[in-house]
Design a protein around this ligand. Structure first.
Ligand code: ZN
Length: 307
């Protein structure tokens, strides 16, 4: 009950300090009924939320268990961004196909947000955050294949912490950033580096199909301080290539969300990529690439030739 009261109070404050979509007046009831899942909601509230398919049906489920081989999904009735409850029907994770945990309207990615990474590519560290888009068609889930695009000879991996937005918002003040976050997941900002170098805009280099693996699920129980100090690791065929901490970000998660929402409305399910630590490098057909973020999980994808 206390949570409901808090949510109602947030909603009353919302129109003045977290603005809505221009031209549509007040944000819609649906967008503002978003339920966040803080730990205070109790042990029976989902913390890690996966999206999956089983026997041709798509569902969301709360991931339960600690041992990787014994994880089960408690199927969610409703959608996680609105009113929902656990059904009590459980399926082993090993029996389902994981899908991207969200279907974003847009993925906003920030470049050069770790000094060591900017340096390794010979770039200056930017004074202000700078963003680019990855289209919704670039998103794949854990276990899906990254298709090597035929127009590139230099595909690179970039391990990144991804922020999943939980409510419609614009011009978010710094102190309200936590309120608009649904949770966190792992991302790989797969980049055709040769194309990025020769083309001024990065739409093709960073926006081709399968260039945005997300997953394995959304961890909804991390606060901003914790998310701002996590180990980010990437391996290729089991060999470590990238290792960094989110505390090394030049611009914090708060900075990035303030920056992008100055310009545009974010919708529930939108994803913010926060930049990659040093150690980016090539991917080849046949490679298995894995991004592991402390407290979240491991996102694994195999690289194949586009068929
Ligand atoms: Zn990146």
């Amino acid at each position: 009950m206390e949570i409901r009261a808090k949510t109602a109070e947030r909603s009353r404050r919302t129109p003045t300090d977290v603005k809505g979509v221009p031209g549509r007046g007040r944000p819609s009831a649906l967008a503002w009924s978003v339920t966040l899942q803080p730990a205070s909601q109790g042990a029976n509230q989902p913390v890690r939320i996966a999206r999956f398919s089983i026997d041709g049906n798509v569902a969301f489920g709360a991931v339960e268990g600690d041992k990787p081989d014994e994880l089960v999904l408690d199927i969610i009735k409703g959608i996680p961004f609105a009113e929902h409850q656990l059904s009590g029907t459980k399926v082993p994770l090993s029996k389902v196909r994981l899908l991207p945990p969200v279907l974003p309207n847009k993925v906003v990615a920030f470049g050069r947000n770790y000094a060591e990474h900017a340096k390794e590519l010979g770039n200056e560290v930017p004074d202000a955050p700078f963003a680019f888009f990855k289209p919704s068609t670039s998103v794949i889930g854990s276990g899906d294949e990254i298709q090597y695009p035929p127009f590139s000879q230099e595909l690179h991996h970039e391990a990144e912490l991804a922020v999943v937005i939980g409510r419609m918002c614009r011009e978010v003040p710094r102190e309200r950033v936590a309120d608009v976050i649904f949770g966190f997941t792992c991302a790989n900002d797969v980049t055709a580096r040769d194309v990025q170098k020769r083309e001024k805009q990065w739409a093709r280099a960073k926006g081709f199909d399968t260039s945005c693996p997300l997953g394995p699920w959304v961890e909804t129980d991390l606060d901003l301080a914790t998310a701002g100090d996590l180990t980010v690791q990437l391996t290729v065929n089991g060999q470590q290539r990238q290792l960094g901490r989110t505390s090394e970000m030049i611009h914090s998660i708060e900075d990035l969300i303030v920056n992008i929402t100055e310009a545009m409305t974010l919708l529930p399910g939108d994803v913010i990529l926060t930049g990659t630590p040093a150690g980016v490098g090539p991917l080849a057909v046949g490679d298995e690439v894995a991004v592991t973020i402390e407290g979240i999980g491991t996102l694994t994808n195999k690289v194949v030739k586009r068929g």
